[in-house]
Design a protein. Structure first.
Length: 148
């Protein structure tokens, strides 16, 4: 049977495909799973600086440990969907980076910052305030493409 008109489902899928294609290529993320090296490369449309101010391994992971986010009473427990490995090193840093990076993707509206500042249903507590230097550090890291 030859139908001249596409079904609404096919039209919706076509529109979704076109919209999705427009998102591809803005940022190409490459995780280095062997424990060293670069975390992300970007094309010319992004705002990632050549020399970022902060990096996950050196700056954000130590904050997660210091604020006890990685403790067994918090995200160090496997009971949470957002699981972090305490005192991560080597490949474990990559695991934590991938988990955090997924929540650090929308500037000040990133789930990572919203939850940490008590702006959402964070069952633990308010980890820090928007006026704290750690907030500024994490926001800068996120806005600079959250490099590892």
């Amino acid at each position: 049977m030859n139908n001249k008109h596409a079904s609404p489902t096919k039209n919706a899928m076509l529109i979704f495909g076109i919209l999705l294609a427009g998102c591809v290529g803005d940022v190409e993320e490459k995780l280095n799973v062997d424990g060293g090296g670069t975390a992300a490369t970007t094309d010319m449309t992004s705002n990632c600086p050549a020399t970022p101010t902060y990096h996950f391994n050196a700056d954000i992971q130590p904050d997660l440990d210091a604020k006890t986010c990685t403790s067994s009473a918090c995200h160090g427990s496997t009971a949470w969907i957002f699981h972090l490995i305490p005192n991560a090193m080597g490949a474990d840093l990559n695991t934590n980076y991938a988990a955090v990076k997924m929540r650090a993707n929308m500037g000040a509206q990133s789930p990572l910052l919203i939850n940490a500042t008590g702006g959402a249903a964070h069952p633990g507590m308010t980890v820090f305030m928007m006026s704290d230097t750690i907030y500024t550090k994490w926001l800068t890291w996120i806005n600079e493409c959250a490099p590892q």
